[in-house]
Design a protein around this ligand. Structure first.
Ligand SMILES: [Zn+2]
Length: 414
């Protein structure tokens, strides 16, 4: 058994509880969509806590929030930490918030210990990590990294057809969208504390995951055009059933992901839209939306190639037309060895067990990686459950994460 010095985190637990109460749904269900009334109240709450801790708070034109603890050499680029506080509908209390409020607590722990950082330490609360509103995840960090340009951002719409300009203005965020982008070097390093959102750490009884890679997601749209007809009248010879063709492709993707040589490769068809979608009608058109991720970009792209080849093969054999469109293909993130080394030392000093692991979901850190060296620190969550009201991280797990984050920030900012 490792010795685990107790870091008192009662205040943090009570703040996580208070934040969870700020929800558009009846607690314990958390629904906090960006720029909603609940989101704005949550922002006000967190900014209040930051100000009370003596941090200097400012927001950019889309509400990314920066809370800085001034270092003794304020000209040096700060060390960043933080996460998001928006939540998808029907979510829980820990996704994002553990890194946001836990980051603040790590700063307060260091303040309480009388530590004086050389570099400033800056807490970042990212706008709209969740894709609920605009259908695109990590809006805030994407724009900071200029992966999403202002002109691309301007065409985003929510389900009611409202654009970013309208929603951010209503929420009180003004100023040029151009100013959201940050130059490389604006942050010296960035480290994000987050729940694992998977079962591995809890299952193996390990306190912390030190994230070495963040998988890069790719998405390909596949449209199959066959020939419709009456399900009774048109006999089997000569059919061009678009859904039967799609079924082959779905299985090819699954097999390619499974046989890549690494369990880090995942491939999913999450959308299968069948036209006309009637029980007695042969499917004439199918749209598949695929999601392929890997910590190794080349290995992921080989899966995409396999799928493309299968599309050509199925098209030739079945006489259907298959078109593919690469919707996005973000590179995987390789985490910074210096931050990882600092986290390893910090974990050992704090008496916490850890393992190095990959993150398979993407996070704001994936985009921060474009402008700064990054790494992530995972804590377990019960049953690997996330994005549900019963999402749970124990006080012990949270304390471990905050303790090691504080020690890591202290090393990086010294
Ligand atoms: Zn999250």
């Amino acid at each position: 058994m490792s010795k685990k010095p107790n870091l008192p985190i009662d205040r943090l637990l009570s703040e996580l509880g208070s934040l969870a109460q700020i929800s558009a749904a009846e607690p314990p269900v958390v629904t906090r969509v960006v720029f909603s009334e609940a989101d704005l109240r949550a922002r006000a709450y967190v900014k209040g806590l930051c100000s009370a801790a003596g941090l200097t708070v400012h927001e950019d034109a889309i509400g990314n929030t920066f809370a800085r603890w001034q270092g003794s050499d304020p000209d040096l680029a700060p060390v960043g930490t933080g996460s998001h506080i928006d939540a998808i509908p029907n979510a829980g209390s820990y996704d994002g918030t553990v890194g946001a409020l836990g980051g603040l607590e790590a700063i307060r722990v260091l303040q309480r210990l009388g530590f004086s950082p050389r570099r400033s330490i800056e807490l970042v609360i990212f706008t709209a990590e969740e894709p609920t509103c605009f259908g695109i995840g990590c809006l805030g960090s994407r724009m900071m990294a200029k992966i999403l340009t202002p002109s691309q951002a301007l065409i985003l719409r929510d389900k009611e057809g409202r654009g970013l300009e309208e929603l951010r203005a209503q929420a009180g965020f003004v100023g040029s969208l151009e100013s959201v982008a940050l130059p490389a070097g604006r942050f010296h390093q960035f480290v994000e504390l987050h729940i694992e959102q998977g079962p591995m750490l809890e299952h193996e009884g390990i306190d912390l995951g030190l994230v070495t890679h963040i998988a890069g997601p790719a998405s390909m749209r596949v449209v199959i055009e066959g020939e419709g007809g009456h399900a009774g009248g048109k006999l089997m010879p000569g059919r061009k059933d678009a859904l039967a063709a799609a079924a082959e492709l779905i299985l090819v993707l699954e097999a390619a992901a499974k046989s890549s040589g690494s369990t880090d490769t995942v491939g999913t068809v999450g959308v299968c839209e069948v036209f006309p979608g009637a029980v007695n009608s042969i499917p004439s058109r199918v749209r598949l939306e695929t999601d392929i991720r890997d910590t190794d970009g080349a290995r992921r792209d080989r899966v995409l190639d396999t799928l493309r080849a299968a599309c050509a093969d199925v098209s030739a054999r079945r006489g259907v037309t298959v078109t593919t469109e690469l919707v996005n293909a973000d590179p995987p993130t390789i985490c910074d060895t210096e931050i990882l080394a600092a986290m390893e030392t910090a974990a050992a000093e704090a008496g916490r067990t850890y393992k190095k692991m990959a993150a398979h979901a993407y996070h704001d850190s994936s985009f921060m990686a474009v402008i700064a060296p990054v790494a992530m620190l995972f804590i377990p969550c019960r049953g690997g459950v996330s994005h549900r009201p019963d999402e749970y991280a124990s006080p012990e797990w949270i304390a471990g994460g905050v303790h090691v984050l504080a020690r890591t920030l202290a090393r990086l900012a010294s």
